[in-house]
Ligand binder design. Sequence first.
Ligand code: HEM
Ligand code: HEM
Length: 212
Amino acid sequence: MVKVWDGFIRAFHWSQLLLLAGCWWTAEEGEMVWHQWLAMTLLALWGARLYWGLFGSESARFASFLKKPGEVWAFAKALVKGQSSPKAGHNPLGGWMVALMLLCIGLQMATGLFASDEIFTEGPLYSWVSSDTADLLTRLHHLNFNLLLGLIALHLLALVVHSLKGERLVPAMVTGRNKTLAQGPALKASWPAWLVFALLWGLLYWGWGSGL
Ligand code: HEM
Ligand code: HEM
């Protein structure tokens, strides 16, 4: 049994799920101070994931899973013919899907920073832009959330397809281990990613959270 995901990737994935659900719930309930606490924590986690995408384990690094169009096309053709084989990390299609999800979550947070409900709550950078721009970014914050829901639905659909093919990807994202692979990627100890997370959280707390 080989290990495919390090501790940071797994903790990142499931905490991201909880934080996104929390951001949605607090926004629905109008608990906007909590919305910002959760969003701030998600931003620090997301920043640490970008760092890990550059310097982390092989299966976490963007350079190892963002493949050239030719390879993605070849993989997609093999997938349709039922000839694709399991990968020790993201497959060439899944890799771009991961990038798209991370970007979409990034855009959600970037627009949130300038958003306002025009009653009590303003994102921490609201005053940096004109009120027209803030309006536009607030509308984008709402629109992009629907895009994010669409990507999440696609993500879950892809996982159902994989499980119908007998690939047990979800247990692998929980335990880190994959039974079907012969050789795993090179994994690193997670502490540098957690250090980056803690530094970013501290920085965001200093500039934003302490004023909430
Ligand atoms: C808010 C909802 C979700 C979001 C935004 C999300 C996002 C992501 C992202 C960004 C990755 C890439 C991980 C990385 O390399 O850092 C990923 C991978 C993965 N996610 Fe999710 N996820 C969500 C929900 C779920 C749920 C509910 C499940 C399972 C029931 C799941 C199972 C997986 C699995 C198995 C992988 C690894 C895929 C592979 O082997 O390539 N995700 N997800
Ligand atoms: C840096 C991160 C974020 C900041 C500063 C932020 C800030 C805000 C602000 C100020 C509003 C009020 C705008 C309005 O009601 O029209 C808002 C609404 C909202 N936010 Fe965020 N947000 C962030 C991240 C997120 C994330 C990650 C999600 C994803 C779940 C999210 C989902 C929503 C939703 C769905 C609303 C609309 C609530 C409603 O009007 O029903 N936000 N956010």
